[in-house]
Design a protein around this ligand. Structure first.
Ligand code: HH2
Length: 267
């Protein structure tokens, strides 16, 4: 999966009642599967199935409830095989069940800090893993975030988490890094991270960016969540130009087209 020849698009599939832009839309497995099929048809390279919102202020979800939400969808997508599946979770039990049902990618916003058993599950499953920078936890992460130098801090964190993953038996070749846009960051922090993304890319692992519809785009444009596709595309095209490899988005078709044109233009 790390060998995408062109920028890769990860379609967001939140099987949650409370996600910030699509909460409640895909709680019904049939609706979730229809949305996955739509994103695949629009050119998504994989779908990221999540059962716990990580929006600022979100409450944690128990393991049984998370499994109940995501597994019917992951199992059906795994059986179908039409599109690779990523599981957006911090819990070892959820990652174990999802990789057992065919998920090839574990997207962990805690960067293997949330559940001490998750690293071993990733190592044994052969799945790829994305390590995301987050300051604090979703409930409190937007309470006055401060950094000496946000890019240096995020880079140092990701370097340390990459070393941890490798020490736990996950080959570096299977690790993706993500600066965690919106996870304990102000508008200026997000813009600085995107502007200087090359410093994160320099760590030598492929970089995933999750800017889709996030609050900083609403702050800049004055638009509601569902109207932030153009702002999202601007952020993603600039991130691509600075070396990012994969883009986690709600608006797959428009993002794919923009990245194809950007990629052809840059050569
Ligand atoms: N952002 C969200 C969730 N998962 N994963 C990665 N790797 N990077 C991100 O930036 C990222 C992520 C939050 O967005 P969303 O899934 O749309 O909302 P919610 O957390 O409310 O479900």
């Amino acid at each position: 999966m790390t060998a995408f020849a062109r920028p890769a698009v990860m379609g967001v599939l939140n099987v949650t009642p409370d996600s910030f832009s699509d909460g409640g839309e895909y709680l019904d497995p049939a609706a979730a599967l229809a949305h996955a099929a739509r994103m695949a048809a629009e050119g998504a390279d994989l779908v990221d199935v999540g059962g716990e919102s990580t929006r600022p202020g979100a409450s944690p979800v128990g393991e049984d409830e998370e499994l109940r939400r995501v597994m019917p969808v992951v199992e059906a997508l795994g059986r179908d095989g039409a599109i690779p599946v990523s599981i957006d979770t911090s819990k070892a039990a959820v990652a174990r069940a999802a990789t057992g049902a065919g998920a090839r990618f574990v997207n962990d916003v805690t960067a293997l800090r949330g559940d001490p058993a998750l690293a071993a599950v990733v190592a044994e499953s052969g799945a790829e893993v994305c390590l995301v920078h987050m300051r604090g936890e979703p409930r409190t992460m937007q309470d006055d975030p401060r950094y000496d130098d946000v890019v240096a801090d995020v880079k140092g964190f990701l370097e340390e988490r990459l070393a941890f993953a490798v020490a736990e038996g996950i080959p570096a070749e299977r690790v993706w890094l993500d600066p965690g846009i919106g996870f304990g960051k102000t508008l200026d922090h997000n813009l600085e991270l995107l502007r200087r993304l090359g410093e994160i890319v320099a760590l030598g692992r492929p970089v995933l960016v999750g800017a889709s519809r996030k609050r900083f785009i609403g702050t800049l444009t004055g638009r509601a969540e569902q109207e932030r596709a153009a702002g999202t595309i601007a952020a993603n095209v600039l991130a691509f130009e600075r070396g990012a490899h994969m883009f986690r988005v709600h608006d797959v078709a428009a993002t794919r087209d923009a990245l194809l044109v950007a990629s052809a233009t840059l050569g």
